[in-house]
Design a protein around this ligand. Structure first.
Ligand SMILES: Cc1cc2nc3c(=O)[nH]c(=O)nc-3n(C[C@H](O)[C@H](O)[C@H](O)COP(=O)(O)OP(=O)(O)OC[C@H]3O[C@@H](n4cnc5c(N)ncnc54)[C@H](O)[C@@H]3O)c2cc1C
Length: 242
């Protein structure tokens, strides 16, 4: 079954005084800042896809762009969610105030890539537009050396592993999706992967939501580990070998 949120594209409410907007999940990221601009406000998370991506997708992937260095990711700029659960019930998480009653499930649902529920409405925090913006540039003598520098970083194959080794996360930019599924094995241990699977089962026992979105199994992590045995050192020694 394919579910389209394209018509959930309405900005429901915008309260300039409270610096809050309530938007449906199909509203584009940039459209929020455009609606807030006449009030001197903006929505901080700015993934490069912001002209086209939706706030629902941003919540699913916990997206962020260059603004994240100062303002954080989607999680840090979302106050509340309305979520349709796998069994059809509606869940309200958080709200328009800074601290709401009940369990704080925002951090659980933001970044869950549609596996725990379908986000239908999002309450976002708006911020005053900065009066000054400064750009920091790394300059290269020509386009080719610029492109070569990027290619060299990628070719080194270190990026994600280095991020984890330095205390970062494989989802520092973009979500997990399919491409970074194996990278989850680098960051998370067996107990954490088990916990992810248990949370997913609790929210969606029949695995109806986003069925192609997998949490890596120990089997997969062990296989991935075997592919990266270097200098006699076994990767992921804590995982059972098959
Ligand atoms: C050109 C380009 C540049 C990008 N730049 C960045 C960047 O700078 N930083 C960054 O973090 N990411 C970036 N991304 C990836 C970014 O995370 C996505 O573009 C965006 O956040 C996803 O929103 P979307 O509306 O496109 O969602 P989709 O791609 O349509 O969906 C993404 C995932 O979210 C799920 N989903 C979508 N809507 C909902 C919903 N309402 N409820 C539950 N689940 C939902 C989908 O099932 C899917 O699994 C970029 C992508 C592109 C194509």
């Amino acid at each position: 079954m394919l579910l389209s949120t394209a018509r959930l594209n309405r900005i429901v409410r915008l309260y300039p005084a409270a610096r809050v907007a309530v938007v449906q999940c199909g509203v584009r990221n940039l459209a929020i800042s455009q609606a807030a601009a006449p009030f001197g406000l903006f929505y901080a998370p700015d993934p490069s896809s912001q002209i086209a991506c939706t706030i629902g997708g941003n919540v699913a992937a916990n997206s962020g762009g260059v603004h994240r260095l100062k303002y954080g990711l989607t999680l840090h700029n979302v106050l509340g969610l309305r979520v349709a659960m796998a069994d059809g019930t509606l869940l309200e998480v958080g709200g328009e105030a800074l601290d709401g009653p009940g369990l704080d499930l925002l951090a659980l649902i933001v970044g869950s890539e549609g596996t725990l529920g379908i986000v239908t409405e999002v309450t976002v925090r708006l911020l005053p537009r900065p009066t000054v913006a400064q750009v920091i540039l790394a300059s290269f003598p020509d386009v080719a050396s610029d492109a070569n520098a990027v290619s060299a970083v990628i070719a080194a194959g270190l990026i994600l592993r280095l991020c984890v080794a330095c205390g970062g996360t494989v989802t520092g930019e973009h979500g997990v999706g399919v491409e970074k599924l194996d990278a989850m094995c680098q960051q998370f241990g067996a107990a954490e992967l088990d916990a992810f699977a248990a949370i997913r089962r609790a929210f969606d026992p029949q695995a109806l939501l986003n069925p192609g979105k997998a949490i890596p199994t120990l089997h997969r992590c062990a296989e991935f580990g075997r592919m990266h045995v270097h200098g006699g050192q076994l990767a992921f020694p804590h995982l059972p070998r098959l």
